[in-house]
Design a protein around this ligand. Structure first.
Ligand SMILES: [Zn+2]
Ligand SMILES: [Zn+2]
Length: 241
């Protein structure tokens, strides 16, 4: 039994279900699909290596209450998930000496020169960008506390959520950050989650339809983040299906 199995899984773990609203947003909101990204003052809106500005898929404030104890270092952080529209593929962890490679958020992601996504944890994101994400319909997100009651062997609900336990479509995956700290599971995006697109936007290759964008080829996404906050982008998106 490793340390990952030692939690009180039978009683369940505190979590927040992330619910996507239906009323389009007319103004900046911290918890949103698309919308106006809240970034630190020194953080630019990320670009892909292909030159396209990345799409803001969603952002939210990580709650400070009703979260598992190992999420406490992230309480109050602002999580943003960006991903290129033109590149739609699965993530592929690159490791060296048992750790993710140095600056893995910028390192080559064969066959690509860099990752086609950027996940950020921002701790001083006070103000929204002047303009919203242009391609996705901006929708509100609501976080609702629930008890994630993992089924044996310790897998949580297969939902859009913060905290709880990953549902692990395959074997659990654990990674050491390049800084040597063990990454901690923070947020899960369910398989084939669809993000509605405004009419007239360029299509995303391999997505579920002309008016839909998705993340990582529709793989389930488990976001593992560095509790040492060694870099705002020190988050690894595990992909499984
Ligand atoms: Zn790209
Ligand atoms: Zn780190």
């Amino acid at each position: 039994m490793g340390e990952h199995d030692g939690r009180n899984m039978r009683a369940g773990l505190p979590a927040h279900a992330i619910e996507v609203g239906t009323e389009p947003l007319a103004r900046p909101t911290r918890n949103s699909v698309g919308g106006w990204p809240f970034l630190n003052e020194d953080q630019r809106w990320p670009d892909c290596f292909c030159g396209e500005r990345m799409v803001l898929f969603f952002q939210l404030d990580i709650p400070s209450d009703d979260i598992p104890s190992d999420l406490e270092p992230f309480g109050g952080d602002h999580l943003l998930v960006f991903h290129c529209r033109a590149h739609n593929d699965a993530s592929d962890p690159q490791e060296t000496d048992g750790r993710l490679v140095p600056r893995y958020w910028d390192a080559p992601q064969p066959p690509y020169p860099r990752p086609f996504w950027r996940v950020l944890l921002q701790r001083d994101a006070a103000l929204p960008a002047a303009e919203p994400e242009p391609s996705l319909r901006a929708l509100p997100l609501t976080l609702r506390p629930f008890t994630d009651a993992p089924a044996w062997p310790g897998r949580g609900a297969q939902t859009f959520k913060v905290g709880g336990a990953p549902s692990w479509a395959q074997f659990p995956e654990y990674y050491l950050c390049a800084c040597g700290t063990e990454l901690v599971y923070v947020c899960q995006v369910p398989e084939n989650m669809e993000f509605a697109v405004h009419p007239g936007q360029p299509e995303q290759p391999y997505s579920g339809g002309a008016d839909i964008y998705g993340l990582f080829l529709g793989n389930e996404v488990y976001l593992l983040a560095c509790p040492a906050h060694c870099d705002p982008a020190a988050v690894w998106p595990v992909n499984q299906h």
